[in-house]
Write a protein that binds this ligand. Structure first.
Ligand SMILES: CC(C)(COP(=O)(O)OP(=O)(O)OC[C@H]1O[C@@H](n2cnc3c(N)ncnc32)[C@H](O)[C@@H]1OP(=O)(O)O)[C@@H](O)C(=O)NCCC(=O)NCCS
Length: 153
């Protein structure tokens, strides 16, 4: 697949000094955002935490957990003004490469059933819907199902 690399952004490791900006984006793009503690714990635990940055502006981030044969993308976010320009695809492709380098046989992720944009991106990258977790996420009116998606590497 041809992955666009628009602009001159770089992908680098997340640092604790990035967390204020990440929380700002997180609150802008998610109705139920992760807390600062969730991100700090991910860094401390040694998950693969990477960010997208251009001209010192951090505008995207993702976190992936590695286990011996599997990778799990735990979150992926692109700041609202930067969305729909190919960056989400670029960052996801980066995590797929990292999973391959770490000898994962597959990558899993969960996505809200209503999050059609994200699900479309995952399908486009080859992920398949393999299961549904009933009522997995909190929602404005009760709970919402999670689609479990898998990419075989
Ligand atoms: C989901 C998200 C990471 C995608 O990143 P992005 O940079 O906006 O997406 P891209 O520009 O790379 O789009 C890649 C593909 O995803 C799909 N897509 C992305 N946003 C979409 C939308 N709003 N509606 C429909 N399809 C969409 C399209 O198939 C698109 O391919 P195309 O441009 O050839 O049509 C980003 O929109 C985001 O951070 N959303 C809010 C947080 C979120 O939902 N994170 C995922 C949690 S599982």
């Amino acid at each position: 697949m041809n992955i666009p690399s628009p602009g001159r952004a770089e992908i680098r490791k997340m640092q604790s000094s990035d967390l204020d900006r990440i929380i700002q984006i997180e609150r802008e793009i998610f109705l139920f955002p992760w807390s600062l503690g969730n991100f700090a714990d991910s860094l401390k635990t040694g998950y693969l935490c990477h960010v997208l940055e251009q001209d010192n502006i951090l505008f995207g981030y993702g976190i992936m957990m590695m286990s011996p044969e599997e990778a799990h993308v735990l979150t992926l976010g692109i700041a609202a003004n930067w969305q729909k320009k190919g960056w989400g695809r670029r960052l996801l492709h980066h995590f797929i490469q990292l999973a391959q380098e770490n000898h994962a046989k597959s990558i899993f992720l969960d996505v809200r059933e209503s999050n059609h944009g994200a699900a479309q991106l995952y399908k486009q990258m080859g992920f398949q819907h393999i299961a549904t977790r009933k009522g997995y996420y909190p929602a404005m009116c009760g709970r919402e199902d999670a689609l479990v998606m898998q990419l075989m590497l």
